[in-house]
Design a protein around this ligand. Structure first.
Ligand SMILES: [Zn+2]
Length: 367
């Protein structure tokens, strides 16, 4: 079996990293298109422009708003072509970064991720997830290579509301359980082959670093300070989670998270929040998980502020029939839920969703 491992070419992280952006971007290009939202531009625009200018890199702004849609990407491609840029920077959250990857791969093929939040594992990966204007997932693209550079300024990350860091912890926490499940079945990961032992171990390290540092990091980030715990959680959320999911595989946690986007009530929730409940569901589906580990993970999610019930995702009123409908969709043809060793039927999925929700309510009442 062919194993494939892929990663970004360079990863730079630390407080004040943004001030060094010019030094790291200059070897990649001299004319950069920054893909960002108005708020992020306001927050870091001046500093990024100055750092790039000092290194001889001109910055052209492409402002986007809302979801990562195909029409916004088309507009970005036009801007990139008109300005003849040689590098595209995705600055902000997963949406800007995913758009930047798509724009870069249709133009100059050089891309830099500058996440200003640690809410997801998009910065290191070679994928773009498309959404419709109203937030439904609308397919994805796998690009030929990962970003040339990922630059994370942790001082900028802790300026954001702590909820974003927590969301990233939800996305990252699932990585190990999904990687392990996919590895057991020797499933082909997004990278294009079976997982290496390396990717699997990185996914496990991601889990251990979160369990050890998560609660402290949430406390510190809420005070907008960068501590060793924050540094470790940002690294887990951004680097380890990205390497793990892409080269090892994803399963039920993401099948549930992606599938839930069809319910508009979940639109205000982050991807990481949906993944957290997806993981709770997966833990109730996988017979190899011990009850001790299941409870350890659920209790940790409650302690750091992640959702463990459908109610917390805006679905408190959902009926059993509606859950059964969703379960059917979650195990449809091509679903990530089929990356488990065991076959997962609609009824298995329904049972796991109901059991996870009940367990979440029970543990929340006890904590
Ligand atoms: Zn994810």
């Amino acid at each position: 079996m062919i194993k494939v491992f892929e990663a970004p070419r360079k990863y730079v992280q630390g407080p004040g990293a943004l001030a060094e952006a010019g030094k790291w971007v200059a070897p990649l290009g001299k004319k950069a298109l920054a893909v960002w939202g108005a708020r992020v531009k306001q927050q870091v625009g001046e500093q990024l422009t100055a750092s790039l200018a000092a290194a001889g890199v001109e910055l052209i702004s492409f402002e986007c708003a809302g979801n990562c849609t195909r029409s916004q990407i088309a507009a970005g491609v036009e801007s990139a072509r008109a300005a003849n840029v040689d590098v595209v920077l995705g600055v902000g959250g997963g949406r800007s970064i995913d758009m930047a990857k798509a724009i870069a791969w249709e133009t100059c093929q050089t891309v830099v991720s500058i996440p200003t939040v640690a809410s997801n594992d998009a910065p290191t990966s070679a994928e773009t997830v498309y959404y419709t204007e109203d937030g439904h997932m609308d397919g994805w693209a796998v690009w030929p290579a990962n970003p040339d550079l990922v630059l994370v300024d942790t001082q900028v990350v802790v300026e954001a509301p702590v909820e974003w860091l927590i969301a990233g912890m939800g996305d990252a926490l699932a990585t190990w359980f999904e990687a392990e499940a996919a590895y057991k079945g020797r499933r082909t990961a997004i990278a294009g082959g079976v997982s290496t032992v390396t990717a699997l171990k990185l996914a496990q390290l991601c889990y251990e670093m979160l369990m050890e540092n998560g609660e402290q990091a949430v406390q510190d980030a809420a005070l907008h300070v960068v501590t060793p715990a924050v540094e470790r959680v940002v690294e887990a959320n951004t680097l380890l989670s990205g390497l793990g999911f892409e080269s090892s595989g994803v399963c039920t946690a993401h099948a549930v998270a992606n599938g839930l986007t069809v319910r508009k009530e979940t639109a205000p929730c982050s991807h990481g929040a949906r993944v957290a409940f997806g993981l709770a569901t997966q833990l109730c589906l996988d017979e190899d998980i011990t009850q001790e580990e299941r409870l350890r993970v659920i209790d940790w999610m409650i302690a750091v502020g992640l959702p463990v019930t459908l109610e917390e995702l805006g679905l408190g009123h959902i009926t059993r029939n509606e859950i059964m409908d969703l379960a059917g969709q979650f195990v449809g043809a091509g679903s990530l839920a089929h990356n488990h060793v065991q076959a997962v039927t609609a009824y298995d999925m329904f049972s796991a969703l109901v059991a996870a929700d009940a367990l979440g309510h029970q543990r929340r009442a006890m904590n």
